[in-house]
Design a protein around this ligand. Sequence first.
Ligand SMILES: Cc1ncc(COP(=O)(O)O)c(C=O)c1O
Length: 352
Amino acid sequence: MTPDKKTALLERIAAYPRQDLIHRPTPMRKLERMTAELGGPEIWIKRDDLTGMAFGGNKSRKLEFIMPDVLAKKADVLVTWASLQSNWAMQTAAACVRYGVQPVLVLFKTYDLPPEPDGNILLDRLLGAEIRFKEAGKGKLVTQAGALAAVEEVAAEYRAAGKNVYVIPVGGSVPAADMDRPLGAVAYVAAFAEMLEQTRAAGFTPDAVVHSTGSGSTQAGLLLGARVLSPATRVVGISVSDSKDAFTEIVREVVEATERELGTDPVKAPKDILVFDEYIRDGYGIVNKEVADIIRRVFRAEGIVLDPVYTSKAFIGLVDLIARGYFKRGERVVFFHTGGTPALFPNRAFLV
Ligand SMILES: Cc1ncc(COP(=O)(O)O)c(C=O)c1O
C-alpha cells in the first residue's frame, strides 16, 4: 500500500464526526509473565477495557462514531437489541443518556442466567433504560434476521407515540435499520491505527492481533486497518458464538461495506478473514471451568481481569494457538482486551 493510500485513509477517518466518549489512546503494554509462561510469541495487550465510559469496552469506541448519526437524525429514542447481559446494550444506554436520548433495550434470553438486576442489567437499570425481555431459546443466537422483526415491533410502539426512533443493530456491526453505514467498523479501523502508532513507538510492527468476535465489526475494522496500514499483521478473530463460516461471511459483508464507506480498494475473495470457532466450547455465554481457569490465571499473573463471555474465550484461543505453533517464538502478538467485566458478577456461581 502506498503512503498516499495510508494517509488518505487516516485523513478520511480523522474527518469523521466523532463524539468524545472515551479516553484515547487506550493503554498498551507487554504481558511479561504470560509471555514467559507460554514460551511463545511476545504477548502485548491493548486495553480497550479501559475506554472509560461505564466499565469500558469496545462498544464505547464504536459509539463515538455512531452517536453523531443518532444526533444528526434528531432521535429522541434509541432502540437496540442484544443478549441478556449485553455489554453493547449497557454501553449504548450509557452513551444515550449523555445526550438526553431515551435508551430502549430489547434483551433476548439466550442462556440460563436470570434477568435480575446484576452485572450489566443492574447498570442498565441504574441508567434508566427501558428493558424488554424476549425469549430466544437456549443456545440460540441473537442474529440480525432473528431479532430485527421483534425489535421493529418495539420501535413501532414508540413511533406511534410520536417519538423519533433510531434503531441500531446488535453490536453496531452489520449496517441495517437506521444505522445504514458500518460506523462501528470505522471506529475499529481507527483503533488499529491507534494501536499501530503505539507498537511503532515501542519499536515493532505486530505479526498478529487477536480478539474476540461476537457481532463482527471489531474484526472487520481491525482487518481493514491492517490491510491498508500494515498488511503483514494478521487479524485473528476468536468466535464466541457463531461458526467460522457464518462469521467469515458476516465479516466479509461488513468489510465490503466499510471499503465502500472509506473508499479503500475492494479485495475480492479475501483469504485474510481468520476466524476460529473451536473456543465457543459449551456455547455462547456458558461459563465453564476452562473460562474460570483462564480468568484466574491472567488475573494472578498480570493483575488484568478478563470477562467470562468474550475475552476469556479469546485468551483460551490465544493460549491454544501458541501451543499448536500457530503463533511462534520471535513473533509479537497484540491481544485486544475488549471489555465486558460487569458480566463476571452474575456468573459468580460458575467462577469460584
Ligand atoms: C466484551 C466484548 N468483547 C468483544 C465483543 C465482540 O465484538 P464485536 O461485536 O465487534 O464482534 C463484544 C460484543 O459482542 C463484547 O461485548
